[in-house]
Design a protein around this ligand. Structure first.
Ligand SMILES: *[C@@H]1O[C@H](CO)[C@@H](O)[C@H](O)[C@H]1NC(C)=O
Length: 592
C-alpha cells in the first residue's frame, strides 16, 4: 500500500498531550523518533518540548533576515501521528490534528496561531476545511436531538447484545453474522461522526483498529460488502483523516477485488475474504446488474486515497463494458442480470428501477459527479435512461393520479408495482437537476415521486411497506395497494433519502415534516425497550409483530438522512462537494 501525505513534508509536526493541548515544535524529527516520543515520560517530553521551542526561537531570531527557510522538512505526517497515538484519544486527536494542519496551511505554516484564534475557527459552524474535511457541530434542534437519541438507543442495544457481530437481533437480544465483520459498527461509524457522538465514535474506532479482522474464510456478497464495509471505512477516513481507516479500507478492498476474475469485466457475485476466491450463486453465473455497477464510487475513491489505480480500473471496466454492450432495446433501460462468464445480459428479464437494477442508474449520475463531470458518456447514458424511464415506466395511479415508476415484466408487460427501494430515484433526479444540468421536468418527476413515496407511509403505523402496487382502475377507491407478502418494513432509507434531496433542492419544509413523521412512526412501532429497533412484519396493524432484526442500514442511512434532513442549516456535507454512495456514505467529489 502506498503511503500518502508526502506532500506535507514542509509542514510543522505538532504533538498532542493527554489534556488535549497542542504544542508545536519544529526541527528535523524523523518518523522513528516520533514513535519513541510517546514512550517517554511526560515530564521528559515537556522538558524536551520547551528546549526545542527555545532553540527554535533562538535559531529563528538569528535567521530572520535570511531568505532561507527556517523550518527543516518534516516527514512526520498524520500517519505517524496515528502510530504514536493510543487508546480512546485517537479520534479526538485525529480530528483536531487534521483541523490544525489545515489551519496551518491557511496561515502559511510558519507562524504559530494564537490559541484563541484557533479555537474560534474550530467553533465556527459548518466550516468546510480546505481539503474538504468538514466540522460537525452536532444537533441544532429538538427533532435532530430526537434522531440522535434514536441512534444512541440503537447503538446501546447493539453494544449490549451484539457488539462485534454484524447485526443486532433486538427481540431475542442476540445477533446475526453475515460477513462476520462487525457490520453495524463499520456501516454506522460515519453517522456517529456526523452526529458528533464522540463516545460512540471512539468505541467504534477502537474496535475497528483493534478487533476488526477480514481474515475470514467465508464468502460475502461482493456488492453488499463493498457499499457497506468499504464504503463505511472510506467515509470514516474522509471525515476524520485517521489513516487507520484508509488502511482498513485498503485491506478489505484488496480482498473484495478478488471478485474480478481472469480479466473478465463483470465481477462474480460472491468473494471469499480470506482466500479471495470468487464464485457465482450456486444456481447460475448471473450477477445482478445493480450489484456489478454499484461498486465504482467506492473502488475509485480507494484508488484515489491509496494511489493504486487498479481498484478504479477493475470496477470502471464493468461500467465501460455495460456502456459498450448497451441496453438499446429499452432505450438505455437494462436487463437485470449480466453473465459474469460471457459478459452478456440475460435477455427478457424484468425492466425495473427496483431491486437488481436500481443503483445502476444512480451510479451513472454519481460517477459523473464524483469525477468532476469529466466523463460525458456517463451523463449521456443517465440522461437517456431517465427519458426512457419517463416514457416506459412512469404512470399515474387512479383515482388520485399519484405518479409512480412501475416495471416491465419480461421486458414488455407493464406492472404497476413499485418497491420502496425505487424512492431513491427521486433523490437522484434532484441531484441530476441541481448539479448535472438535467431538465426541469426531472425536478417535477422527483417531487411527484417523493410525494408518492409519502403516500406509501400513509398506513396504520405510519411505516411504509417493502412494495406497493398502484391502482390503474378509475372505478376503484384506493390508489395504493399493499399485498400481504409485501407488507413488511425493514426501516429502509430511500424515501427519507429522497426527501433529504428534495429539501436541499426546494427548501420546502413539508419534506422535513414527512421525515419527522416517519421517524415518529419508527420510534413508536419499531423501537425495542431493551435497546435497538426491529424490522416489522406488517405495516397495516398496530399490533406489531417484529422480525427480530435491526438492519445495519437503519443506522448507516435511515438515521443519517433523517438527521441531515431535519437540520435547520443545510450547509453540512454540501452536495457539490460530497457524493453519497448507495449506502449513505459520503465520499468527496474530485476531478481526476
Ligand atoms: C480494463 O480493461 C482494459 C481493456 O479491456 C484492459 O486492458 C485492462 O487490463 C483492464 N483493467 C484491469 C485492471 O483489469
Amino acid at each position: 500500500m502506498n503511503r500518502l501525505g508526502l506532500g506535507r513534508e514542509s509542514e510543522l509536526p505538532f504533538l498532542v498531550t493527554e489534556d488535549g493541548a497542542r504544542r508545536k515544535t519544529i526541527g528535523g524529527l524523523r518518523t522513528a523518533i516520533a514513535r519513541y516520543w510517546r514512550s517517554m515520560p511526560r515530564l521528559l517530553r515537556s522538558i524536551l518540548t520547551i528546549l526545542l521551542i527555545v532553540a527554535i526561537v533562538f535559531v529563528g531570531s538569528t535567521l530572520t533576515s535570511s531568505s532561507s527557510p527556517i523550518v527543516a522538512p518534516i516527514s512526520a505526517d498524520l500517519e505517524a501521528q496515528a502510530h504514536i497515538n493510543n487508546g480512546n484519544e485517537i479520534m479526538h486527536q485525529k480530528v483536531e490534528a487534521a483541523q490544525e494542519e489545515e489551519l496551518r496551511e491557511k496561515e502559511g505554516a510558519v507562524v504559530a496561531e494564537p490559541a484563541a484564534a484557533a479555537e474560534e475557527k474550530q467553533q465556527q459552524p459548518n466550516e468546510i476545511k480546505q481539503d474538504g474535511r468538514p466540522v460537525f457541530r452536532g444537533p441544532q434542534n429538538d427533532r435532530q436531538r430526537a434522531v440522535v437519541a434514536g441512534f444512541k438507543h440503537a447503538w446501546a442495544g447493539y453494544k449490549a447484545h451484539a457488539w462485534g457481530h454484524d447485526q443486532l437481533k433486538p427481540i431475542s437480544k442476540s445477533f446475526s453474522d453475515w460477513f462476520d465483520t462487525g457490520l453495524t459498527i463499520v456501516d454506522s461509524i460515519d453517522t456517529a461522526i456526523i452526529m458528533g457522538l464522540k463516545e460512540e465514535v471512539d468505541e467504534a474506532t477502537v474496535w475497528i483498529r483493534d478487533s476488526l479482522s477480514f481474515e475470514k474464510d467465508r464468502y460475502v456478497n461482493f456488492f453488499e460488502a463493498t457499499i457497506r464495509v468499504l464504503g463505511g471505512l472510506l467515509s470514516a477516513f474522509h471525515l476524520t483523516g485517521d489513516t487507520m481507516f484508509r488502511d482498513r479500507a485498503a485491506d478489505v478492498g484488496h480482498r473484495l477485488a478478488g471478485a474480478f476474475q481472469g480479466g473478465r469485466p463483470v465481477p462474480l457475485s460472491d468473494v471469499n475474504l480470506r482466500t479471495r476466491a470468487a464464485k457465482s450463486p450456486s444456481w447460475s453465473d448471473e450477477s445482478s446488474l445493480s450489484e456489478v455497477t454499484t461498486v465504482q464510487l467506492e473502488f475509485r475513491d480507494l484508488s484515489r486515497i491509496t494511489g493504486d489505480k487498479t481498484f478504479e480500473e477493475l470496477a470502471f471496466n464493468t461500467s465501460k463494458h455495460i456502456h459498450e454492450i448497451g441496453c438499446a432495446k429499452h432505450g438505455g433501460l437494462c436487463d437485470m442480470y449480466v453473465n459474469a462468464k460471457t459478459g452478456a445480459f440475460k435477455p427478457g428479464t424484468t425492466i425495473t428501477f427496483g431491486a437488481r437494477a436500481d443503483s445502476y442508474y444512480e451510479y451513472l449520475l454519481k460517477q459523473y459527479l464524483q469525477t468532476g463531470k469529466t466523463i460525458e458518456w456517463l451523463l449521456a447514458d443517465y440522461s437517456q435512461s431517465m427519458s426512457s424511464m419517463s416514457q416506459l415506466l412512469l404512470r399515474e395511479s387512479e383515482p388520485s393520479k399519484f405518479r409512480f415508476v412501475g416495471e416491465l415484466i419480461g421486458g414488455d408487460s407493464f406492472s404497476p408495482k413499485m418497491d420502496h427501494l425505487v424512492c431513491f430515484l427521486s433523490g437522484t433526479l434532484v441531484l441530476g437537476k441541481l448539479y448535472a444540468g438535467q431538465p426541469d421536468d426531472h425536478l417535477q418527476i422527483a417531487k411527484d415521486l417523493g410525494a408518492t413515496c409519502h403516500e406509501m407511509y400513509k398506513t396504520t403505523t405510519g411505516l411504509a411497506p417493502e412494495i406497493a402496487h398502484f391502482n390503474l382502475d378509475a372505478s376503484k377507491a384506493d390508489d395504493v395497494i399493499i399485498k400481504p407478502l409485501d407488507s413488511h418494513c425493514l426501516l429502509r432509507p430511500e424515501a427519507i433519502e429522497a426527501w433529504f434531496y428534495l429539501y436541499r433542492g426546494t427548501g420546502d419544509k413539508k419534506y422535513q415534516e414527512w421525515g419527522w413523521a416517519a421517524f415518529e412512526a419508527i420510534d413508536k412501532y419499531a423501537r425495542i425497550a431493551g435497546g435497538g429497533y426491529s424490522s416489522v412484519n406488517n405495516v397495516k396493524t398496530t399490533k406489531v409483530q417484529y422480525r427480530d432484526l435491526m438492519e445495519s442500514f437503519l443506522l448507516a442511512e435511515t438515521f443519517k438522512y433523517l438527521y441531515l434532513l431535519l437540520a435547520d442549516d443545510q450547509s453540512e456535507l454540501p452536495l457539490d462537494r460530497w457524493i453519497f454512495n448507495t449506502e449513505g456514505h459520503p465520499l468527496p467529489i474530485r476531478t481526476n
